[in-house]
Design a protein around this ligand. Structure first.
Ligand code: XMP
Ligand code: MG
Length: 192
């Protein structure tokens, strides 16, 4: 079955209970976010530098970059936060670092989801030591717990309830990243 609001990709059976954010909602909101971010860099000397956090942010990163009305460059980092498959501990390890220096650059971290905020606050602290000219965060999704670990996030696409979601880059055990929408994963899939 395909959940209401979903288009194709029904081969995951009924693992996806509901579409939380549709393809169209993602597309429309991404355009708004990109426009909002661009207004803050009206006369930048260098291209804006987007840093995408692999793998979850990959879909949002590429759509965001295409929607951005100003030139940007793209870098990727991969980090792993120790913890269970569905929550993080805040202890972070860099799996893939940036390829270049970000000193004196205007940097926007592009994130898929902020849950506890622990991963992001670690990442911001780490990137600040490299002396970017500016550093801000644009995240597609934010869960309610994020408010407890105050990380200043400039732009949020959608505030979502505290449920495990997958799709549009987000995975459970590496699956479902390829879904073009954000869906709620059936509990029985991740609970034994
Ligand atoms: P924290 O808690 O540090 O964690 O903000 C952010 C990371 O946790 C993962 N995460 C999720 N992944 N569906 C996912 O597929 C979710 O609902 C979810 N909530 C948190 C994700 O890797 C994110 O970068
Ligand atoms: Mg993950």
């Amino acid at each position: 079955t395909t959940p209401a609001g979903a288009t194709h990709k029904n081969s995951y059976g009924d693992d996806i209970e509901a579409v939380v954010i549709s393809e169209r909602q993602i597309r429309d909101r991404t355009a708004e976010l990109a426009a909002a971010v661009a207004t803050r860099y009206p006369a930048a000397e260098d291209d804006l530098l987007l840093i995408g956090v692999l793998k979850g942010a990959m879909m949002f990163m590429t759509d965001f970059a295409r929607a951005l009305p100003i030139p940007c460059q793209m870098e990727f980092m991969a980090v792993s936060s120790y913890g269970s498959a569905t929550s993080s501990s805040g202890v972070v390890r860099i799996l893939k670092d940036l390829d270049r220096d970000i000193a004196d650059r205007d940097v926007v971290i592009v994130e898929d989801i902020i849950d506890s905020g622990l991963t992001l606050s670690w990442l911001m602290k780490n990137l600040r030591t490299r002396h970017p000219r500016s550093l801000e965060v644009c995240t597609l999704l934010r869960k309610p717990d994020a408010v407890r670990n105050v990380v200043e996030v400039a732009d949020v696409g959608f505030d979502i309830p505290n449920e495990f979601v997958v799709g549009y880059g987000l995975d459970y055990a590496e699956r479902y990243r390829d879904l073009p929408y954000i869906g709620r994963l059936r509990r029985s899939v991740y609970q034994d």
